[in-house]
Design a protein around this ligand. Structure first.
Ligand SMILES: *Cc1c(COP(=O)(O)O)cnc(C)c1O
Length: 352
């Protein structure tokens, strides 16, 4: 820390992103990226935009927003496009949470939530997941706080039913309920259909996972027009050109090839079923996932050790050094070949 770092941030513990090592070629199953490239039209669209980089991007991301809204069955006024969904989450925390409306989220969930809360000095409560790593809706119904739920949750992959999401939203009419649907395309139920009925509902999502575009940084929020206006107030106070020209072009091209991503999601879900069965056959406990990753532990085996053994053999997974989940590995679902290699390698490590 330099002697100039302000006191208000001195105790901030930043988010730790998954490793992106450059030392060797790993089978990368640690950051929930897609193993597939973006849809075929994306590269050409990005190239086409390069000759116009002297110009600022459209601060409204108008074309992208309109195409996106049409596809999701909402109006463009109900949509904000952002620089990854991490940005819309930050905007939402800034806009809708404070001392009077503190945040509440599960103890085991996306690690960015407490970081954004601390950055903005917003008080928050972490509610323990149940014994079997589920969100208990009763903990959030009528709680009167700004609720943040990842659905499906991360790193568990366990989804929450739409009825529960609606109950939580309906019972907290004076606070915003943020539903982070980063993984919804892999088998979850989206709450987007509820935004017309509940003005306190904000659904967030991303092109990073299901649309194979983590490097493009495209996220979105869907909510009432008034909620979206508030998010835009924050956006225009921090980063008006938040979606750059190349990413906007990439996003538009990806939306025009929607079937491509649906097909890839289907393949990943099949590979998830395969990997889950294989791991269970090896004695692993695997939570039922509706995401592009699985959360698994091997009884009698230390999670950290297993993570290191895999890394030494060229396979990168994610291990969280947190008490309740330190035996678990979060394994991103890759191609069938990658998953077969994972299983082979685990058999070697476990000597079975
Ligand atoms: C990956 C992820 C995000 C954010 O992804 P971006 O790349 O910033 O769009 C948000 N929430 C959860 C739960 C995630 O896992």
């Amino acid at each position: 820390m330099s002697r100039f770092f302000t006191e208000k941030y001195a105790s901030l513990v930043p988010y730790t992103p998954g490793e992106q090592p450059q030392d060797m070629q790993y089978i990368k199953l640690n950051t929930n990226e897609s193993p597939f490239p973006p849809s075929p039209g994306v590269a050409a669209a990005v190239m086409g935009e390069c000759g116009r980089l002297q110009l600022y991007s459209d601060p409204e991301s108008r074309v992208l927003t309109e195409k996106f809204a049409a596809l999701y069955g909402v109006s463009p006024e109900q949509v904000i496009m952002t620089n990854g969904s991490d940005e819309v989450l930050n905007f939402a925390f800034m806009a809708f949470a404070d001392e009077e409306r503190p945040l509440v989220f599960p103890d085991i969930t996306y690690g960015f939530y407490p970081v954004i809360a601390q950055l903005n000095r917003i008080p928050y409560t972490e509610i323990p997941l149940t014994e079997d790593f589920r969100i208990n809706p009763a903990d959030y119904i009528g709680c009167g706080k700004t609720v943040v739920i990842a659905n499906p949750n991360a790193p568990t992959g366990i989804p929450l039913g739409l009825a529960a999401v609606e109950q939580i939203t309906a019972s907290n009419p004076d606070t915003v309920v943020i539903v982070d649907e980063a993984y919804v395309d892999f088998g979850g139920e989206s709450a987007v259909g509820l935004v017309d009925r509940y003005d306190n509902l904000l659904v967030t999502g991303t092109f990073s996972k299901s649309r194979s575009m983590a490097g493009a940084r495209i996220g979105f929020g869907i909510g009432s027009a008034a909620v979206i206006r508030d998010l835009n107030t924050i956006k225009y106070s921090t980063n008006p050109y938040n979606v750059n020209r190349m990413s906007a072009a990439a996003g538009i091209a990806a939306l025009a090839e929607n079937d491509y991503y649906r097909d890839k999601c289907r393949v990943i879900m099949e590979n998830r079923t395969f990997t889950t069965a294989q791991l269970r056959a090896l004695g692993f406990e695997v939570l039922d996932s509706c995401a592009n990753f699985i959360f698994a532990r091997c009884p009698g085996r230390d999670g950290g050790e297993l993570y290191r053994s895999l890394k030494a053999r060229g396979i990168l997974v994610r291990h969280f050094d947190r008490e309740r989940i330190s035996d678990f590995l979060r394994i991103t679902i890759g191609t069938r070949e990658q998953m077969e290699c994972l299983i082979r390698t685990l058999k070697q490590i476990l000597e079975v």
